[in-house]
Design a protein around this ligand. Structure first.
Ligand code: NAD
Length: 497
């Protein structure tokens, strides 16, 4: 059976004989399809050293040459993205159209990064003081570590590495060990695009690899995406060793439906955003907050749609694939059990439906719970599965208070035809990304992606100008070209003249 190795200094590196190995499943069949090498600290240091050695040459490569390579990478990715989507579907389980959508959203960040010469332009002030000019530049940091989750094996790394690389940094990517192959495919594409060896490296692994990236003095920045406890840990460890860190964590996203909303639109949106990718999206809707009298009608419209979804292998004619592992499927089912035991009303039960004849895939069908209360674990915890909870409230204010009391603040949406209510919601809700009649408000690449509260540790969001700032640091240069008339001592603090 094939073992996915690392990619260091422009080459595939096989796992040593004594390497620890992980198993990679096809979640739709429940079978192991390959193994993945779990890097030792020494192997991670080898990748970091390759990136550190490549940094000076890459930093000094002209912006024109750097962006040409990024542009070539974009062209290759665009031509060959069905290959990458097939890898994602095989190892993650999401349906092919969803995998293609993931690659396209990542590609948008590559397109944004193609404009790096413009994005890196500094300012220039002539004659700020007599015969003195001032200008500013932004320079790359060095080696950027990127640590990614399983749920977007291509898009999440692409939130960061196109910007990091175009800005002149070098990269060590540590993908999720659950679906590692997309990262190696991307590494080979970079080489084909002409990226010099050592600028983009991939190490596979678990805590040992992550801990090495967080503490190695040659790593300048860490971009992490994953669950909240690990994001917090990564932030604390890596800032403790003086690194710049953006650590994006988990989520619990609410959709507030006001009585004047178009309930068919709202039900379509709840089902698409709640069950798409089997709920394994950090922007998935997991709590539908129904205001006042519309709750019964909304629940029945969501239930009707949830029952119609076709669940199965993502390569077939299906709407929703399996969960990532058997353990995760059982954990999600456990939350449904707990919700029912705590008194939530079971409207659509996804636990009992069987998908494949021998029950070997990690499937769980869409589940809808009504009358969910804020103290139930099905509401308090991030479930990361195809489970929608309906919480009923009496007013807009009660709904907003519920959302603002939640410790997460990644995404949220309001469904209404009242522009004033939507505007007020956008102003007062304490969440990073907000949709108005849009259930998954993932910002375009030229804006920045990121949540508030326990959904992000650090102060910089991903891509857009915040991404450019994260991967660069500023310098201001004050210059005077020698003119003998300015000679003479001046011991006072420099002031304008
Ligand atoms: P995870 O936290 O288990 O893993 C993320 C990364 O951390 C992986 O590369 C993993 O190998 C590594 N890791 C795991 N345990 C570790 C440990 N003890 N020490 C050091 N490193 C460790 O997350 P996941 O299950 O792969 O992904 C799902 C989570 O990611 C969800 O919570 C989801 O909300 C979150 N997510 C958030 C965003 C966002 O933008 N905020 C986007 C995608 C996913």
């Amino acid at each position: 059976m094939q073992t996915v190795g690392h990619w260091i200094n422009g080459q595939s590196v096989a796992a040593p004989e004594d390497a620890r190995l992980g198993e990679v499943f096809n979640p739709a069949t429940g079978k192991v399809v390959r193994r993945v090498a779990l890097a030792s600290a020494d192997q991670v240091r080898e990748a970091i050293s390759a990136a550190a050695q490549a940094f000076p040459g890459w930093r000094d490569t002209s912006l024109a040459k750097r962006s040409n390579i990024v542009f070539r990478f974009r062209e290759l990715l665009n031509e060959r993205k069905p290959e990458l989507a097939a890898i994602i579907t095989e190892e993650h389980g999401k349906i092919l159209s969803d995998a293609l959508g993931e690659v396209s959203r990542g590609q948008e960040v590559v397109e944004f990064a193609c404009g790096m010469p413009h994005l890196l332009k500094g300012g220039f002030t002539e004659n700020a003081s007599t015969d003195i000019d001032v200008h500013s530049v932004r320079q790359p940091l060095g080696v950027s570590a990127i640590i990614a989750p399983f749920n977007f094996p291509a898009m999440v790394p692409m939130w960061f590495f196109p910007v990091a690389i175009a800005a002149g940094n070098t990269v060590v990517l540590k993908p999720s060990e659950k679906d590692p192959s997309a990262a190696n495919w991307l590494a080979e594409l970079w080489t084909e695009a002409g990226l010099p060896d050592g600028v983009f490296n991939v190490v596979h692994g678990d805590k040992e690899a992550v801990d090495t990236l967080l503490t190695d003095p040659q790593v300048s920045s860490v971009s992490f995406v994953g669950s909240t406890p690990i994001a917090k840990y990564v932030y604390e460890q890596a800032t403790g060793t003086g690194k710049r860190v953006q650590a994006l964590g988990g989520a619990k996203n609410h959709m507030l439906v006001l009585p004047d909303a178009d309930l068919d639109l709202a039900a379509d949106a709840a089902v698409s955003a709640g069950y798409g990718a089997a709920g394994e999206r950090c922007m998935a809707i997991s709590a539908v907050v129904a205001v006042d009298s519309i709750a019964d009608e909304l629940v029945s419209k969501i239930a009707e749609r949830a029952r119609s979804l076709r669940v199965g292998d993502g390569t077939g004619d299906t709407d929703m694939g399996p969960l990532i592992t058997a353990a995760h499927r059982d954990k999600v089912a456990g939350y449904i059990d707990a919700g029912e035991e705590a008194g939530a009303e079971m409207v659509v039960d996804g636990r009992t439906a069987q998908t494949d004849s021998d029950n070997s895939g990690f499937f769980l069908h869409p589940t809808l719970l009504d009358q969910v209360k804020p103290e139930m674990t099905v509401y308090t915890d991030e479930i990361f599965g195809p489970v929608l909870s309906v919480v009923r409230v009496n007013s807009y204010t009660e709904g907003v208070d519920l959302i603002n009391s939640n410790p997460y603040g990644n995404g949220t949406a309001i469904f209404t035809n009242d522009g004033g209510a939507a505007r007020r919601f956008a102003n007062e809700v304490q969440v990073g990304m907000i949709g108005v009649n849009v259930p998954i408000p993932v910002p375009m690449s030229y804006y920045s992606f990121g949540g508030w509260k326990n959904s992000l540790f650090g102060d910089t969001h991903a891509h857009g100008m915040e991404g450019v700032h994260f991967f660069t640091r500023g310098k201001v240069i004050t210059s005077r070209w020698l003119d003998p008339s300015h000679a003479g001592l001046q011991l006072g603090f420099p002031t304008n003249a």
